[in-house]
Design a protein around this ligand. Structure first.
Ligand code: CA
Length: 299
């Protein structure tokens, strides 16, 4: 797009800095741009989690509407400003899967004592249900599950999960991904590096990020179909829904978790309220658009 004026050299996680240090590296201008997901930075910016995935939150459709046109991106920029970072939405996973388990989950009690890899607020919610959440970068998950360091894990959806080989080390694949119904990936740029760019190159980055945002979402949707088919065909993994009683309890614990965090932290409360309002308004529209249409499609 820039006819060679803007060169982006891409490094995989761990090549230049460890995957969970992307935020710091871009913040300190060690690297000028990074690609990650905001919920990894929950320890530094608790409200950033609203910018990636909320348990029982909005799907990709709602997140895009909120971020681009509903005030979400402005709030996100405000949150990252003290860290010299400018964020852009740059990818969406769509509705994720609930995760890989080696134990059947039939009641809420079955969650107690499980060591599960899970980031963000979903981890806080599961902790209330008795799970010990563990944060591991993607590349460490397979070995941890294989060796039994963890009993369960989530990653994303069939397309990416299968690449990690998780279907070879777990028995049950649960759905839906209540904890990540439409995870937004982020492009973060150091403020100084951004300021050094001429206006047209800034525009190119903005447009490229929007294009990637759409492309990754389409890629997940298209390639999940094939990957799930292959996982099922292997015949080793059972694909199961979480029982509705379990989902109901997780939903209750989600509201409890979010209310508690909002009571403790002003910026979390501010973003929570904006998010909740948009989600409620969007749900009313969704009820007579996507949801009504899905019902109409049922036999
Ligand atoms: Ca995930």
């Amino acid at each position: 797009m820039s006819r060679g004026r803007l060169k982006v050299q891409v490094y995989a996680g761990g090549e230049l800095v460890p995957p969970l240090q992307v935020f710091d590296a871009v913040s300190q201008n060690t690297v000028q741009m990074g690609h990650a997901a905001a919920h990894y930075w929950a320890g530094k910016v608790p409200a950033a989690q609203f910018m990636s995935a909320m348990p029982f939150g909005m799907t990709a459709k709602g997140m895009n509407a909120w971020l681009y046109l509903g005030g979400g991106l402005e709030l996100w920029r405000e949150l990252y400003k003290p860290f010299n970072l400018i964020p852009f939405p740059a990818g969406n996973t769509g509705v994720q899967m609930g995760g890989w388990f080696n134990k059947k989950i039939e009641t809420v009690d079955d969650l107690k004592g499980l060591k599960m890899r899970l980031p963000g607020l979903g981890a806080k919610v599961l902790a209330k249900a008795g799970v010990t959440p563990i944060l591991l970068a993607g590349g460490e998950i397979y070995t941890a599950l294989e060796r039994g360091t963890i009993d369960a894990t989530e990653w994303a959806a069939p397309f990416h999960d299968k690449r990690f080989g998780l279907h070879r080390v777990a028995k049950y694949y649960y759905y839906p991904g209540w904890h990540e119904p439409g995870t937004v990936l982020e492009l973060i740029i150091n403020r100084q590096a951004w300021a050094d760019l001429p206006e047209d190159l800034q525009k190119i980055i903005e447009v490229a990020a929007r294009s990637i945002n759409q492309w990754i979402y389409a890629e997940f949707e298209a390639l999940n179909i094939k990957a799930l088919r292959e996982i099922k065909a292997q015949g080793r993994v059972e694909v199961l829904p979480f029982p509705s009683e379990v989902l109901k309890e997780l939903k209750r614990l989600t509201v409890e978790t979010l209310d508690e965090k909002a009571a403790k932290e002003a910026s979390f409360k501010k973003v929570y309220e904006a998010y909740k309002k948009f989600q409620a308004d969007h749900a009313a529209w969704n009820a007579i658009s996507d949801n009504a249409y899905s019902k109409a499609l049922q036999p």
